[in-house]
Design a protein around this ligand. Structure first.
Ligand SMILES: C[S@@+](CC[C@H](N)C(=O)[O-])C[C@H]1O[C@@H](n2cnc3c(N)ncnc32)[C@H](O)[C@@H]1O
Length: 203
C-alpha cells in the first residue's frame, strides 16, 4: 500500500476517534449490531474457544471481546494501521496481542494461526482493480492452519465513490484458485458478503 494511502487511513481513524470516542462510529460502522452480525458470520467458519486467531484490521479488538462473551477465550492477535485505535484496544484487552501496521509489515511464519479473519479492513478505495485485496487474502491464507474468513462490501447493492465494493462471484472464483474448499455467504446483511476458505482440515 502506498504511503499516502496508509496515512489517509490512519488520519481518518484518528479524526473519527476524536469525534466519537470508543464507539462503532469511530470504525465507520453504522451500529454495534451491524458490527456484531459480521463477527457472528466470521466466527461461524468454526472458531472455537482456545483457538488462535489473527484479526487483520482489528480496530479496537472488538472481535476478541465479542467472541469471549459469546463462546469463551481465544488466543487473539490483532493488527491494524491505526496507532490510535490500537491504544484503546490494548487498554480494553490486556490478554490480546496487538501489532501496528499492515499485514506485510510483520514476518509471521506460515500457518501461525488457527484462523485468520478480517472485517471491514478492505473497504478503502485503492483504485487497483482489487490487487491489494488479493495480496492480503493470499497472505492470510498462507498464515492459517484451519481457515480464513473475511468480508467485503457487495458491489451488486453498494457502489460509492468513497468505499471499495466487489462482485461476490468474482471474488469467490478467484479465492477458489487458492483454495478448493471455499464458500461465499451473502445471507446476513444487504451490502456485505463473507468468504470462508478452509485449508483441508476444516472443523
Ligand atoms: C471498518 S474498521 C473495522 C475494525 C474491526 N475489524 C471491527 O470490525 O471492529 C476497519 C479497520 O481496518 C483498519 N485498516 C484498514 N486498512 C488496513 C490495512 N491495509 N491493514 C491493516 N489495517 C487496516 C482500519 O484502521 C480500521 O481499524
Amino acid at each position: 500500500m502506498k504511503e499516502e494511502q496508509r496515512k489517509r487511513i490512519i488520519d481518518r481513524h484518528r479524526d473519527s476517534l476524536t469525534r466519537h470516542g470508543y464507539h462503532p462510529h469511530a470504525l465507520y460502522w453504522s451500529s454495534r449490531e451491524i458490527q456484531e452480525i459480521r463477527f457472528a458470520v466470521l466466527a461461524e467458519i468454526g472458531i472455537r474457544a482456545g483457538d488462535s486467531v489473527l484479526d487483520v484490521g482489528c480496530g479496537f479488538g472488538d472481535f476478541m471481546g465479542w467472541f469471549e462473551r459469546q463462546h469463551g477465550t481465544i488466543r487473539y492477535t490483532g493488527i491494524d494501521l491505526s496507532p490510535d485505535l490500537l491504544r484503546e484496544a490494548r487498554r480494553r484487552h490486556a490478554e490480546g496481542r496487538f501489532l501496528q501496521g499492515e499485514l506485510f509489515d510483520v514476518a509471521f511464519a506460515e500457518h501461525s494461526f488457527d484462523w485468520v479473519i478480517l472485517s471491514g479492513a478492505l473497504n478503502e478505495p485503492l483504485h487497483d482493480q482489487g490487487a491489494y485485496m488479493r495480496r492480503v487474502v493470499t497472505r492470510m491464507f498462507a498464515l492459517c492452519r484451519h481457515g480464513v474468513a473475511f468480508n467485503l462490501l457487495d458491489a451488486r447493492t453498494l457502489r460509492a465513490h468513497d468505499l471499495q465494493s466487489h462482485q461476490p462471484q468474482e471474488v469467490w472464483r478467484w479465492c477458489s484458485t487458492l483454495c478448493p474448499d471455499c464458500h461465499m455467504r451473502d445471507d446476513y446483511l444487504a451490502n456485505d458478503f463473507t468468504i470462508y476458505m478452509y485449508r483441508g482440515s476444516s472443523k
